[in-house]
Design a protein around this ligand. Structure first.
Ligand code: AHR
Length: 690
């Protein structure tokens, strides 16, 4: 059904169904909006709309990174996270985590199983990430390292099975087997075994059982069940449906790996990119700082396996056509948590008797950044470039931007930021730097940081806005009078919060999304100043999230874009190449009449693209005049998102409840008369005459 009320109403009127309503739509004089087509004011950056990725809400492990086994190497602090013996130890004589002659020093814990009496209960089960999502007929590679100890272990039966209803992994009486393989020929040395498994049915919450055949001792490590179907069929690749949703937005950049995750709750738990590259089996997991952050969503089993590490982030950026934008720790742990600080210079004294005082100084953090640039861009002859090449990417990743610190504030940040930025620029003068101005878009800390960044001639300042939907509508003019010189703004994290920041009741509602659309008219009108923007966070598992709202939600098998996703996508796919000035009717200036607009020209197509938000419960007629236009086509295409109900959301059950609908409209001369639907976001594409 059409979403253009003008068409909808006249269709109903024709049917004689709605005599009064059409009159209502036409009663008010149309609001005249003038777009000055021949006077572009600024270019729109090629990478204006991008992605903010953080491993929050099981976005990486359990999400984008499709390994199905949780804690595959037994290296987490609580080494049996994700694993359970069937019937406790009833079937096994014992099980323990051992370090006796491990696979490697980097991977020095493994599981040792001892069986006295052979039987089906001599088994260990991995629960996956809130279960394992597997598809009928698809191929999964099971692999593990195994070593036989004393006794007569004959092999291992590996079963992918439905979790027995309500019985949990501690019971042998599990659900039906979906796939089963037997591994035999085990030796007394560590050896990797690999075999394909094809489930006979689709299951969203399967589990993996390793049953020991025979009696004796068996050591196992690096247990993996990995789908063959990954994005671009990459080994150690990513979940295709999620990558596709991201790619469909044609993102200009990919910021990674966060977010507060960069900072860690303590400095020891900070994100260290060097720990995330090289052999996947040797990457040591680290606790995820979102694990116990919110009482309402305790996820103590949340770790970062780093299967999705910095190499994979760069590769993902390349695969989806986005500029990579890594953000590095600046020697500060999360200021909402421990706020630990790395010393600015290394202690001349070294560690004291208690072993304190030897923590890495800022120099280490700076060196990490310098090395990262070499890893991304350096030649094979450079030490870090060689590592990238060894991982299979001889060409440079062409990294052009780096973020120094995530969401830091205060003098402690500035003290660290300055030498950091100086050192990066000294070695790589063309590397563009993103600087933080704290977590809020206003207030004393923000003002001071912004001033200082101007003084330091910073290139990009990273502003974050998490606020109620009305804040977004009320601040659509935020940049209209912003200085045109000095740092560019990176709107690095934003999302309307229907209840409050951190509230578990926040919803990805149309009210939030339309308010973001209204705010974004202001970003677009000022694209000469705001050159990058990203909604945050972008991914969340429906059974394992900590933070809401998020742009894309998924379960173990499916995923969907929220209404907010579609707003972002409409902007990204219609970003144009230069900003056109827009004059609103006097009473609608800056959205005061709940009418918001921006316009761009798109040089490759010759189109003029006008974005309009009607945050009102009634239809609104507008007259868009293309002033100074030389050539205008006779009809255009509109993309419309509209809902009478501001609480409308997409969900797993109804993933496309509200998505853009395409319509045609007529152009008369250089004027478009259009009726905006109630509570709507409309993108009009008006072609230059071909
Ligand atoms: O997006 C969630 C969090 O919000 C980010 O990790 C942090 O940068 C901000 O406070």
């Amino acid at each position: 059904m059409t979403t253009n009320p003008a068409l909808r109403l006249s269709a109903l009127a024709l049917l004689g169904l709605l005599p009064g309503t059409a009159a209502l739509a036409q009663s008010a004089a149309p609001a005249t909006i003038t777009v000055q087509v021949n006077k572009p004011v600024a270019p729109v950056a090629k990478n204006m709309y991008g992605l903010f990725f953080e491993d929050i809400n099981f976005a990486a492990d359990g999400g984008l990174y499709p390994e199905l086994v949780k804690n595959k190497s037994f290296e987490t602090d609580d080494q049996l996270i994700g694993w359970k013996a069937v019937r406790g130890a009833a079937g096994l004589e014992s099980y323990l985590i051992s370090t006796d002659r491990p696979i490697s020093n980097a991977n020095n814990h493994f599981l040792r199983l001892s069986v006295k009496t052979a039987g089906p209960d001599a088994a260990f089960v991995n629960e996956g990430f809130r279960g394992m999502g597997v598809k009928a007929g698809a191929e999964y590679t099971f692999s593990f390292y195994a070593r036989k100890g004393p006794g007569n272990v004959a092999g291992v039966t590996v079963t992918l099975e439905e979790a027995g209803l309500g019985r949990g992994p501690e019971t042998a009486a599990s659900g039906p087997a979906l796939a089963q393989v037997k591994i035999t020929g085990l030796t007394s040395e560590w050896k990797k075994y690999s075999v394909a498994m094809k489930p006979s049915a689709t299951a969203a919450k399967a589990r993996l059982k390793l049953a020991v055949e025979g009696t004796g001792t068996l050591d196992v490590d690096v247990v993996s069940l990995f789908p063959k179907d990954t994005y671009m069929n990459r080994e150690n690749g990513l979940r295709p449906d999620l990558v596709q949703l991201l790619k469909d937005m044609k993102p200009g950049f990919l910021r990674f790996p966060g977010g507060c995750i960069v900072e860690g709750r303590t400095l020891a738990q900070r994100y260290q990119w060097k720990e995330t590259i090289g052999d996947v089996a040797s990457r040591r997991p680290l606790v995820n700082r979102w694990n116990t952050e919110f009482i309402h969503k305790f996820t103590p089993d949340y770790y970062q396996s780093f299967g999705l590490g910095f190499f994979e982030y760069f590769q993902l950026s390349e695969d989806i056509g986005a500029e990579p934008l890594p953000i590095l720790n600046v020697g500060m742990a999360c200021q909402f948590n421990s706020a630990e600080l790395a010393p600015i210079t290394s202690s001349a004294k070294g560690p004291n008797a208690a072993g304190q005082g030897d923590e890495p100084s800022l120099e280490t953090y700076i060196q990490d950044a310098i090395d990262l640039i070499e890893f991304a861009n350096g030649p094979a002859s450079s030490p870090w470039g060689a590592k990238r090449v060894a991982m299979g990417h001889p060409a440079p990743f062409n990294m052009k931007m780096i973020g120094i610190g995530n969401e830091q504030w205060g003098p402690q940040y500035l003290e660290r930021y300055e030498p950091f930025a100086k050192a990066v620029k000294a070695k790589y003068p063309n590397m563009q730097i993103v600087s933080s101005v704290g977590p809020s878009p206003d207030g004393e800390l923000f003002d001071k940081a912004t001033l200082k960044m101007r003084e330091l001639k910073a290139e990009f300042i990273d502003e974050h806005y998490y606020a109620k939907p009305e804040w977004f509508r009320q601040h659509a003019d935020r940049y209209d009078n912003y200085p045109r010189t000095g740092p560019k703004v990176f709107a690095g994290e934003y999302a309307a919060q229907s209840v409050a920041i951190g509230s578990p009741d926040n919803k990805n509602s149309w009210d939030c999304a339309i308010s973001e659309a209204a705010f974004m008219t202001g970003l677009e009108r000022n694209a000469g100043v705001v050159t990058m923007a990203s909604y945050a966070p972008i991914l969340a598992h429906v059974d394992a999230w900590q933070w809401t709202p998020n742009m894309i939600w998924f379960d173990n098998l499916t995923s969907y874009g929220t209404v907010n996703y579609y707003v972002q996508k409409l902007y990204a796919l219609n970003k144009g190449t230069s900003v056109l000035p827009v004059t609103m009717p006097a009473n609608a200036k800056n959205g005061t009449d709940n009418l918001f607009a921006s316009a761009v020209a798109d040089a490759p197509t010759g189109d003029v693209i006008v974005k309009l938000v009607n945050y009102a419960t009634t239809p609104r007629a507008v007259k868009v005049n293309l002033a100074g236009a030389k050539k205008v086509g006779k009809s255009g295409t509109a993309q419309v998102m509209a809902s009478d109900d501001l609480s409308t959301m997409n969900t797993i059950a109804e993933p496309t409840r509200l998505t853009p609908k395409e319509e045609k409209f007529a152009v008369s001369g250089s004027t478009v008369s259009y009726t905006l639907a109630p509570n709507s976001f409309t993108v009009l594409r008006i072609p230059g005459k071909k």
